[in-house]
Design a protein around this ligand. Structure first.
Ligand code: HEM
Length: 161
């Protein structure tokens, strides 16, 4: 590798890791953020789910695309290849995360925002429907965080490399 290529690899690796921090850092703060919101602003839980949706659209998804693109570049550089199990497994995890975001978590936040608005207008506090949907969403969100931890472990440990 030439000196220039090494420097470019390091720049892309920095971008990759920065994008990981930006994409997932905020999501690891959700349990604290959500609990605070429920205590401090119980009458406007719709705003919490709108915030999740905005962060998902403006921060998490774009940063995940950067993780993917930078990761693809890194994986094509010597000595790595897509045949390395730690790379292919993390690629699969990232696609599962895209699927969970687009297929489960984003639609759930939309539904939760609607339910919270309905509950607020009836003045009754969070309904059983809202709490049921929220528990389901929290389980999927927790699973997504677990997958991120596994991905970081695979990337750092590079088992089989
Ligand atoms: C959730 C998804 C991902 C996370 C959390 C993640 C995290 C990381 C981290 C923390 C590193 C630095 C590891 C180190 O220097 O020891 C890294 C490096 C790397 N990642 Fe990822 N990554 C993800 C997805 C991907 C994908 C999808 C690919 C390939 C398509 C990929 C390819 C690589 C490569 C080749 C390195 C370079 C390792 C090195 O030079 O030491 N990553 N990743």
């Amino acid at each position: 590798m030439s000196t220039l290529a090494v420097r470019f690899y390091d720049v892309v690796l920095t971008v990759h890791i920065l994008a990981v921090v930006i994409a997932f850092g905020v999501v690891f703060a959700y349990p604290v953020l959500d609990a605070w919101f429920r205590r401090a602003v119980p009458g406007n839980l719709a705003a919490l789910h709108q915030l999740h949706l905005t962060l998902g659209r403006r921060v998490v998804s774009p940063a995940m695309v950067v993780v993917l693109l930078a990761g693809i570049y890194l994986a094509t550089q010597d000595p790595w290849s897509f045949g390395d199990p730690w790379i292919s497994a993390t690629l699969a995890i990232l696609f599962v995360l895209f699927g969970l975001m687009g297929g489960v978590l984003t639609p759930a936040d939309r539904r939760l925002a609607q339910l919270a608005e309905r509950d607020a207008s009836s003045g009754s506090g969070p309904s059983a429907d809202y709490e049921r949907e929220r528990r389901r969403t929290d389980i999927v969100g927790g699973l997504a965080l677990l997958l991120v931890i596994v991905a970081i472990f695979l990337m750092v440990g590079k088992p089989g490399a």
